[in-house]
Each structure stands twice: as C-alpha cells, then as structure tokens.
Design a protein around this ligand. Sequence first.
Ligand SMILES: [Zn+2]
Length: 464
Amino acid sequence: MKRALIGLLLWAASCWAAGPVYVVLWFDTEDYVEPAADDAALRIAKDLTAEGVRATFKVVGEKARVLESRGRRDVIAALSQHAIGYHSNWHSVHPTPAEYLLRFGFVDGAAEFERREAGGVADVKRVFGRQPVCYGQPGSSWAPQAAPALRRLGIQVYLDEGDQVGIDNQPFWYGGLLHVYNMGKNQFRAQLNAGAEDTAANRRFDETALHLEAAGGGLISIYYHPTEFVTTEFWDAVNFSHGANPERADWHTPRRRTPEESERCYGVLRRFVQHMKARPGVRFVTAEDLRTLYAEPAPKALDPRAVAERLSRGIGFGDVGGAMLSPAEMLTALLEGKPRMVDGPSAAGRTTYARETIPAAAFARAVADTRDFVRRFDRLPDQVFVGAESLSLADFAATLAGSIGHAEDVRLVRGNVEFTRYFATDGRRSFNWVIHPEGFDGGPLLDLARLQGWTLKPARLAGK
Ligand SMILES: [Zn+2]
C-alpha cells in the first residue's frame, strides 16, 4: 500500500514536471518533373488539415512556378493552410548551392547566393501570397554563406537535416538564424515501406517524447517529400545525378507507385500523426511557431566583468547573467555595452604581434578600431591591428577580456576557441549527395562554417 502510494506520488510528480514536446513536421515540396507529386502534396496537406495538424511545406521556386502554370490553385490553397517555407530555386539543377559557393568566400558568396535565390523566394511569395518563413538546402548542398543572404531575404529559420553543424540534437542559433538541424536521435520518421503502419516508429516516438519530457521539454523533427508517396525513385536522381545537367526536353519522370501503394503510404503517415497527436502534452508546430517558441529575450546591458570572465575561460557560447550568448555576442557586449548578433569573421586572421604586452594607449586604439569595423560591417574582423602588427580575432577577444578592470599595459592572451567541435570535419561525407559530382568535397565550406562558430549558441525555449 505504502509502496503503491509512493509510486503514485512519483508518477504525479513526473506528470507535473513533464516538459512540453513539440513536433515540427515538414515536407520538402520539390518535384517539378512528375505532375503526380502535385496531387501528393494536395492529399497530404488536406489529410493533415483534417487531423487538425499544421505542417511546414518547403517549396522549391520552380515547383511554385509549375503549380501556377499547371493551374493547380487547389494545391496552392491546400498548402496555404500550413506554413510555407523555401527550398531553393532549382534544387538539383547544377550548379547547386554548395557547388557554386565552394568557389566563393563568405561575403561575396552571400551576395552570390542572394543573386541566385532571390527570384525563387519572390516566386514562392507571389504564388502563395506570403513570405516563406524558413529555408533548407537541397540534399546536402549546405553552405554557411546562405545565412546572411537569407536574413536579407527576410527568412529567419533554417529547417532541414545535415551534419555540418549542430548542438546536442536540439535547435540552435547560427548565423543569426534559428536552426532546426542535425537533430540526431530527435529526428526520425515512420517508414513508408513498412506496411500499413510503422509500429517501431510509434515506439520510438513514445521513447523520445518521454526522454524530452523528463529533460524539461524539446523538439522532434520529422520530414518527408510529397513525391515519395507517388514514386519509387527520386525525381532528381533520375535526371541530375553526379553533376548531370540535361536540358528540360530530356528530363525523365521517375517510376511511379501504384495508386494502392500511394494510398497505403498516405495511411502510414496518417496513423503516425494520429499516434503522436494522442500523447498528452504533444504539440505540432510549424517553422513559424518555432520563432515564437524559441524567441530570444531582448538584449540587456551586461556586467563587462561577467562577460570577460566567461570569455577568459574559453571562446564558446555560454550563460552570462541568465542570458545565453554566442562568443560574437560576448565580444559585442564588451565593445558596445550590449550583446548583438553580428557575423563571424570572413577568414582566419593571424597574430603577428610578438611582444608579451601591449601599451594601454595602443590597445585602446585597437579596441576603438574594432568597434568601428563591427558597427560598419555588422561582422567581426578577421584580425585586429596594433600598429603594423595584428592579433587574430580569438587572441584579440581573449586579450580584451583579460584587460577588463586593468588600467596598465595589456597582457597578450592567446584565445582558446571551443566551438570547433560542433562542426563536421569530413567534407566528402557531409556533402555526400547523389546529385553532387563524384568525389565532391565541401571541406572549404566547412572551414568557412567554423569561422561562423562565433555566432553559435543553443536555442532556449522561451520562458525556460
Ligand atoms: Zn530537397
């Protein structure tokens, strides 16, 4: 009796403490070759609306244009019941984003991404009558230069999967965008080819939800492509594999599922959604909702000594006075008084300054010059000059942090960058995609990406 009572109390306590579990369900709506994929998108959007679930449809620019030219107002209207995202202008027509951005630096690459993608964003916006709320790259064609361009295009959420960057299988901030990416064990799906229902996926969902509830709440990411429900091979793999770039007249349609098979696939998704929906405390959210759920508190002035103390322990994200800050925000807090999102450096600078101390007046000029650079470009400099010599950004940040509260000459401190471990290192594996040319190596993109680690930090559920 006593044991049962204790068990009941423990159970009640766990219910009371259970954190919310959010599910973001998204569909890469990309197949502009096979018209049956239009019907698949229509059917899925309607089924989900009937279940009272809102999903996110990330639409390719050319897909929006063909929906319009094929007169599919029905599809556009059904998808419009959900959140609309953006999934690149041409998806798999070469060059894909990683293919061309590999040849660019950070600043010029962002301009090039904007040049190539702005038309697609505008078309999705025109066709659906609203601004797309998120972006995700085609396949593994990821690149760090997309982030500043997406901000300029009015897109604030990055929703996709890949392993180039990530923090502990949960949402994070990177390049000023809220990322749901690299979600690891919190990303899975019901397999479409598992029969009438994927009961293993149901179990996995229950276990994951239990785990997240115990951890105070979290997010599960689930994705499909509407075209998968009507085809047995990918529309782009049959046309654009390994760098192939045939003319439109030579595009082939992918092999189709039978109508009975498609019906079974819709059933798998519907049952999976019904299973998830039935769990108390589970809420389906869109990319739009994520912005509110993970909204940042307004930046406030911070004690420079507290910021300096954190930065002196290592250059990485961390909690300062209750605020989760990226290293770039810590540095702007020291330079400008308040933390502010600015881009990381565009290249790896180096330290040529050889002495152990810097005269206070010379360092004060270097700090003022850095402040001016950051204000002018909204970006951290690659290096900071002390006369004709330079300090790498990391060494400058550590030296600045060490100088807070000291009026005399400044001791040169070597910066210890902690954030590199959140980035992939194998440029072939991370960019492995059947559409990329054989042996494609995105290593240089990972090098650029790591520099933007200055902007990296975990996203926190608002109010937590
Ligand atoms: Zn895609």
